[in-house]
Write a protein that binds this ligand. Structure first.
Ligand SMILES: Cc1ncc(COP(=O)(O)O)c(C=O)c1O
Length: 396
């Protein structure tokens, strides 16, 4: 049987090839340090697991969930936004429960656009944004995220044509893959720009808990008027190391929330109720585990950047997320450099061009292994003697 035309249009998974190569190298018995993926390495905090165990033992959770999720989780999401960001959310009309934010990102274009409509996507950006574009038969234009602009898009650089045809914009801060963060002022400008051009905004806040150097990531909904034109997607995957549990939510604009709920009424029967109870426990519970996790990533980041500087690699520290976005040495493309690191140093990284045209010249490194392994990875790269001449020019 042949795949449908639609499925044939799905983008090829750039990183599937990397995963295959890494697995093949490991199968050969090579000790590969895998910095290529984005899977949190530490376990879910015990109090959340306990809440799940108790909920799973209650037969009430074995039934179908209400289509639009349990009230307790919607109220927990609203209370979380009030407590963490001073944002008022109505649990009944401004929250949609989702089986992870990836689902929201893929279904949203289908819920609020029509085939042929155009989206604005960041470049580099999270590759799964393209899945919704393909499944909805949409078009997209890109907004370059450049280092000289702190990896924020320059709305002023978009042509009138692009501004006129765009119906929906995706943003993501702290950013995967660049590690850039947004300011409240940037989000205020975004609201202004979006209203002026009649563009809906979806802010992907997957790394919302992960800001460094004492700077807390800002929620898009903190910008005045944000709820009038957009939603924010929040996931428990990274904040509470619950990536495998598949739970998140959207908050914000009532019409967009209704559209998400409506499409989900037809696609899913919400999330296993026990997981929803555990997610509510995570959002309502003690947040010390979140700070502990954040501090671990910050410490790993510091080790990685210090070690890179030590060997003469002129790289900048990310402001947030659990990724570092490192410039490749002169004379290499992203893919050539990533291949070299895997072949000659047994260090796997993600080539920047896999995240878009403007990712060329970078690699993405995940801060998802211990400090010892990060030190070892840089030690292995040092042996390739690539950075000798650059040592003098490094600025911290
Ligand atoms: C930028 C970004 N958005 C969304 C997701 C999806 O998160 P989840 O589906 O686990 O909520 C990820 C996962 O890696 C991500 O990096």
């Amino acid at each position: 049987m042949k795949l449908s035309n639609k499925l044939q249009k799905l983008p090829t998974q750039f990183f599937a090839a990397l995963v295959q190569r890494v697995n093949a190298a490991i199968a050969e018995g090579r000790d590969v340090i895998n910095l290529g993926q984005g899977n949190p390495d530490r376990p879910t905090p015990p109090h959340i697991i306990k809440a799940m165990q108790e909920a799973a033992a209650n037969p009430q959770t074995h039934k179908y969930s209400p289509f639009r999720g349990i009230q307790e989780l919607k109220e927990a999401a609203a209370a979380f936004y009030k407590r963490e960001y001073s944002v008022d959310i109505d649990p009944d009309t401004e929250v949609a429960i989702m089986g992870g934010s990836k689902i929201g990102l893929v279904e949203l274009p289908i819920a609020i656009l029509n085939p042929g409509d155009t989206m604005l996507l960041p470049d580099p950006g999270y590759p799964d944004y393209l899945s919704g574009v393909a499944l909805g038969d949409m078009h997209f234009d890109t907004m370059p995220l450049l280092e000289e602009n702190e990896f924020l898009p320059d709305f002023g650089a978009l042509s009138n044509e692009v501004k006129n045809r765009a119906k929906l914009m995706y943003l993501n801060y702290p950013n995967n893959p660049t590690g850039g963060t947004a300011t409240l002022e940037f989000f205020e400008n975004t609201v202004h720009f979006a209203k002026e051009n009649d563009i809906a905004v979806v802010h992907d806040f997957a790394y919302g808990a992960l800001g460094f150097d004492g700077k807390r990531p800002v929620s898009f909904l903190q910008a005045e008027g944000a709820k009038e034109i957009g939603v924010e997607l929040y996931t428990l995957s990274k904040t509470y190391n619950m990536a495998g549990w598949r739970v998140g939510f959207a908050v914000g604009n009532t019409e967009i929330i209704e559209a998400i709920n409506l499409i989900q009424d037809h696609l899913f029967c919400s999330v296993f109720p026990a997981i929803q109870h555990a997610a509510a426990a995570a959002l309502n519970g003690d947040q010390d585990c979140v700070e502990e996790q954040r501090a671990i990533y910050e410490s790993r980041r510091n080790v990685l950047i210090e070690e890179a500087h030590r060997i003469g690699w002129d790289v900048k520290a990310p402001n947030g997320s659990f990724f570092a976005w490192l410039k490749v040495p002169e004379g290499y493309t992203s893919e050539e450099f990533a291949d070299l690191l895997l072949d000659k140093a047994n260090v796997a990284v993600a080539a920047g061009n896999g995240f878009g045209e403007f990712g060329e010249g970078y690699i993405r490194v995940g801060l998802l292994v211990s400090e010892e392994r990060l030190i070892e990875a840089i030690g292995r790269i040092e042996k390739l003697e690539l950075f000798k001449d650059e040592t003098a020019s490094i600025t911290k």
